[in-house]
Design a protein around this ligand. Structure first.
Ligand SMILES: [Zn+2]
Length: 173
């Protein structure tokens, strides 16, 4: 029996077509993530792209977010520019091959990448943690919508138990 909390169906428009799910690589939440996608009737309807930290790494490519990163992380990963390039190339492939119409950006609680990449990524309160994830997720959502103007983008936060909350939603088509 499941006691998980998921967003209400009224909070965002459920995808009519295929999607790409962008998540962290975190191994603790793989099955919880898939449970949520199945709950949204997306079984066999999603491409899955996983990168450490979900949206945070793309933040390093953004002028206004770069100062939040540890210097050595920016050097180690060449300011994460190739992460963004690879992500965008996969979104394009998902559009071309599977005609995706929606993007799910799925952030998660207790993300090691946030701790590793950011100067202040070791959050003291859940509110601070969610606020930071939301900032990066919404910024990525906006960039994806600017690049691919027909995609609907929904941002979520999943906790360690697998509960999911909606952070942001944008439906254009
Ligand atoms: Zn993570």
């Amino acid at each position: 029996m499941s006691h998980l909390h998921y967003p209400e169906v009224t909070e965002y428009r459920l995808p009519r077509k295929n999607i790409i799910a962008i998540s962290c690589i975190d191994l603790r939440l793989t099955d919880e993530l898939l449970n949520f996608l199945h709950f949204d009737n997306l079984t066999n309807r999603y491409d899955h792209f996983a990168l450490a930290g979900t949206s945070v790494s793309i933040g390093a490519t953004r002028k206004e977010h770069r100062a939040l990163f540890k210097e050595d992380m920016l050097n180690d990963f060449d300011s994460f520019k190739h992460w963004k390039k690879t992500l965008y190339e996969h979104i394009q492939i998902a559009i071309d091959l599977h005609q995706i119409a929606d993007v799910y950006i799925i952030e998660h609680e207790d993300c090691g990448a946030y701790r590793t990449f950011l100067k202040d990524g070791d959050f003291t309160t859940p509110e601070d943690e969610i606020k930071c994830h939301k900032e990066f997720a919404v910024a990525l959502s906006k960039e994806i919508r600017d690049e691919y103007n027909k995609l609907n983008v929904h941002c979520f936060m999943i906790d360690i138990r697998g509960n999911v909350q909606l952070l942001d939603t944008s439906t254009v088509s």
